[in-house]
Design a protein around this ligand. Structure first.
Ligand code: 1CP
Length: 357
């Protein structure tokens, strides 16, 4: 396994596959076994990722096309997942909007100038992604040229509510105090912020598709904290803006939230074409609510990869059976944990792909 970043990345061999199985399943097709990728598949559980991070800061990796390309491809070389996801972060586009964002050692993201008032929100900058996020778009072009055609490349943004959560709290939204204060105390300002973030999301994702991503995913990690009423009034309208405006690009559009089972009927109206489920949401129940036109992604509990081989294999079989190998993209129910043994991922894939035999 090559880890040096100054050399050209090792070529990933193409197969004779005519098209991407990920794209077929995400469009509702029958694919057996289901295609697979993992949320946070490029990350600290991989020694080759840790090696790069020992020499480069997190934002430096995101902002250097060669490094972002390299770490995006690392899990593909090792596991040949059916899709690569651009290595970046949902918070990156908040920087050109005006956020003073940092990722320190041993703590998550921090924004030192959080939004609290109407004037804070009105001061946010609009930006042209082709000018302000050129490194990301260049990374996409590099990755796409390195990937064989049959491996899809996924681009992403944070959904307005989740981005607003970090932007208002100035970091991990816990316990959502400032957010709820703005949502209830000044809903017009909250809506203005959500609209700005939705517009940014549309422009950024459209630029990513133009640069070469084959599919997009909206991460709405924190929407599961909302009641259905709050979701429908303060979150769903902005999801609709994003998915409606991107629909003409005809790429699969996945919506992922954590703990969102109670929101599924609202999510169904959002316009997303794939719904990412966390591990608590049974696939059959989700299909019942979502109907047959929406594909499903998920939903192995990432903690299962910290257990034993027998458990991993039986949980993989259960999820494949529930997904019925139709309109199903296999994934975890949330990002892979940094302490996950690489062998657990190998066992998971062996069980999944063994179904082909
Ligand atoms: O090397 C490191 O230690 C940095 C850790 C890290 C990584 C690997 C962060 C900081 N972000 C990322 C990459 C990342 N983040 C990707 C890359 C593509 C992939 O492999 O999936 C993606 C899609 C994200 C998206 C993201 N960032 C989300 C949504 C998904 C989720 O995990 O719920 C969120 C909430 C973030 C914020 C964020 N960035 C990083 C951290 C540690 C966090 C979470 C902090 C918190 O708990 O609030």
């Amino acid at each position: 396994m090559k880890t040096a970043h100054n050399s050209l990345p090792e070529r990933i061999p193409a197969t004779t596959a005519a098209e991407s199985e990920y794209l077929r399943a995400a469009r509702g097709g029958k694919v057996s076994p289901p295609p697979v990728w993992l949320m946070r598949q490029a990350g600290r559980y991989l020694p080759e990722y840790r090696e790069i991070r020992s020499r480069h800061g997190f934002l430096e990796v995101c902002n250097t096309p060669e490094l972002a390309c390299e770490v995006t491809l690392q899990p593909i070389r090792r596991f040949r997942f059916d899709a690569a996801i651009l290595f970046s972060d949902i918070l990156l586009p908040l920087i050109p909007m005006g956020a003073d964002l940092s990722f320190g050692k041993n703590h998550g993201p921090r924004i030192s100038n959080p939004l609290r008032t109407r004037s804070d929100v009105e001061k946010l900058k609009r930006f042209e992604p082709r000018e302000s996020l050129t490194a990301v778009l260049k990374a996409i072009r590099m990755i796409r040229s390195e990937l064989p055609r049959e491996i899809a490349l996924i681009g992403f943004v944070g959904a307005p509510f989740t981005l607003a959560s970090y932007f208002i709290e100035g970091g991990k939204p816990d316990p959502f105090a400032n957010i709820k204060r703005m949502m209830y105390g000044d809903p017009k300002v909250f809506d203005l912020l959500s609209k700005r973030l939705a517009d940014m999301g549309v422009e950024y994702l459209a630029a990513m598709v133009e640069a070469g991503v084959d599919a997009v995913q909206l991460f709405d990690t924190w929407a599961g904290h909302l009641s259905e009423l709050e979701f429908r009034s303060r979150c769903l309208p902005y999801l609709k803006i994003i998915f409606e405006q991107l629909a003409p690009l005809a790429v699969p559009m996945t919506y992922f939230t954590l703990g969102g089972m109670h929101l599924l009927s609202g999510i169904r109206e959002s316009g997303s074409t794939v719904v990412g489920l966390d591990w608590r949401t049974p696939i059959a129940a989700a299909r019942n609510t979502l109907g047959s036109d929406i594909a499903i992604q998920g939903n192995l509990d990432p903690a299962i990869l910290l257990t034993d081989e027998t458990t991993i294999r039986s949980e993989v079989r259960r999820i494949v059976a529930e997904g019925k190998q139709e309109g199903h993209v296999f994934n975890l129910g949330h990002g892979i944990f940094p302490q996950t043994p690489v062998t657990s991922v190998e066992i998971m894939l062996d069980e999944l792909r063994g179904a082909k035999k």
